[in-house]
Design a protein around this ligand. Sequence first.
Ligand code: FAD
Length: 108
Amino acid sequence: PPDTASLGRSTWTFLHTTASYYPSNPTETHRSKITNLLESLSIFYPCSWCAKDFQKDIRQNPPEVKNREDFMRWLCERHNTVNKKLGKPLFDCSIKNLDKRWKDGPED
Ligand code: FAD
């Protein structure tokens, strides 16, 4: 793909923001739809080697979508798996830190 980095930044922005606004008490439909979205993303993500590793990662660590906090933490861990692979610093996955970055407003 022409720009893996900006595709990645945009996709993480979408995913973490979506997780921040995911319900605290999701319905069965919410849970299955968000799981579908994540599985579909792992198939269609337009960076083939990224998609392949992401598929493998979510097969080993299935989406935790029973409430907002679980989903946020699960996603943060998936992002940290990619960070580790790329030699980037790991992110603090506490809800306080995630809300500060993705719900209350960005710093960068
Ligand atoms: P990004 O990693 O894009 O992060 C954006 C912002 O998110 C950061 O500035 C920080 O504020 C915040 N953040 C960082 N870590 C976390 C976290 N754990 N939880 C919450 N917020 C966080 N690139 C490759 O080169 N190879 C790959 O195999 C690859 N796989 C990818 C798989 C997926 C599913 C996605 C969405 C992206 C993938 N990317 C991959 C892109 C890569 O993750 C980065 O998006 C890209 O390298 C740009 O990095 P960045 O330093 O701008 O910050």
